[in-house]
Design a protein around this ligand. Structure first.
Ligand code: ZN
Length: 95
């Protein structure tokens, strides 16, 4: 689980995401399916809010490393889903 704090976390992910086409589909509130059209791989991205802090989880390896103690990275899937999620939230709030 990655805490979403600032846009600087996404700099590298934005660079990677530019090279590939992502298709984001909403599964249910705060859950998204992200399909990488470049290679056909699909991942699930989930967002949650804990104590007013935003967190995101992706099912890919970069988003949820299984071993070692390195911190999970913000991946391009999380970025793609967050872009859609932010737009949806803005609509809901009437901004
Ligand atoms: Zn990912």
């Amino acid at each position: 689980m990655i805490q979403i704090q600032s846009k600087t976390q996404f700099t590298k992910a934005i660079e990677r995401a530019k090279k590939e086409r992502m298709l984001v589909i909403m599964l249910r509130f705060r859950d998204y399916s992200v399909l990488n059209r470049s290679n056909g791989r699909r991942y699930v991205v989930m967002f949650e809010v804990v104590n007013g802090k935003k967190f995101g989880t992706c099912s890919c390896e970069a988003g949820s490393p299984m071993r070692g103690n390195h911190l999970p990275m913000v991946c391009k899937h999380l970025l793609a889903a967050l872009t859609v999620h932010t737009a949806l939230m803005a609509q809901r709030n009437g901004h």
